[in-house]
Design a protein around this ligand. Structure first.
Ligand code: 13P
Length: 245
């Protein structure tokens, strides 16, 4: 199976940053049929990124879509037509930094509405869940939003991002990452038998850097990484993309 390596720039960047980033990728990113590289720029820079990616084998995604659920006007809203118009292929749903604004109902509804995009659906426990041995129950309840919305035509990848590991330099052990990915795959396969366990891709996110990327990417049940801070350094991100794995 392909490995997915994704850069979530969050609220970082400038026109100059985007130009330099893609110019560097253009010269240094090695093409590989075994990897899928995705970049999530801030919305405002997506069309510039689209122009600059040229023949680079790089997909683009939207970090969060402010959807018009009621089909009325929405100040600050975005439509799927706009995403398609900018040739964006992916969307992140349920990132912990956005989840606070998204209620359970709207999250599954949003997933349903996003079905024409490739979805990266984020789950992950916080520190108190971890301290209280509630990792699996927290993750199952988050996956239930996806399960409620799922239909067979959807293209969904899971990103396991423990909240306590985001931006902290801390990561779970490799064994813990593998175990959690395994239970995610099992749970989805049980609840959605048409979604075959072997086809369910789960990426890991939370303090991934060049120093730990190879061991994480080659751990059992890990199909990719979603990188925040380290993806802002294009040299480091490119080195991760070019790893021999
Ligand atoms: P960091 O890599 O900065 O920990 O961020 C992870 C993340 O939130 C990716 O979506």
């Amino acid at each position: 199976m392909k490995k997915i390596i994704a850069a979530n720039w969050k609220n970082n960047g400038s026109k100059d940053f985007v130009k330099k980033y893609f110019s560097y990728l253009d010269k240094n990113l090695e093409k590989s049929p075994h990897k899928e590289i995705i970049i999530f720029p801030p919305d405002i820079y997506c069309s510039l990124a689209e122009e600059l990616r040229k023949d680079n084998p790089v997909y683009l995604g939207c970090q969060n879509i402010n959807i018009n659920i009621n089909n009325s006007t929405l100040t600050g809203g975005t439509t799927f037509e706009m995403l398609e118009d900018n040739f964006l292929e992916y969307i992140l749903i349920g990132h912990s930094e956005n989840r606070a604004n998204e209620e359970k109902v709207s999250l599954s509804l949003k997933t349903k509405l996003c079905e024409t995009m490739k979805i990266i659906f984020c789950v992950g426990e916080d520190k108190s869940d971890r301290d209280n041995n509630l990792i699996s129950s927290k993750i199952y309840s988050q996956l239930d939003d996806l399960i409620e919305a799922y239909n067979d035509s959807m293209d969904v990848i899971i990103a396991y991002e423990p909240i306590w590991a985001i931006g902290t330099g801390l990561t779970p052990s490799l064994k813990d990452i593998s175990n959690t990915h395994k239970i995610i795959k099992k749970y989805l396969n049980q609840k959605l038998p048409s979604y075959k366990e072997k086809d369910i891709m789960v990426m890991y996110g939370g303090s991934v850097s060049f120093d730990n990327a190879k061991e994480i990417l080659t751990s059992q049940f890990v199909d990719g990484v979603l990188i925040g801070g380290a993806s802002l350094n294009v040299e480091e991100f490119t080195r991760i993309c070019n790893l021999q794995i």
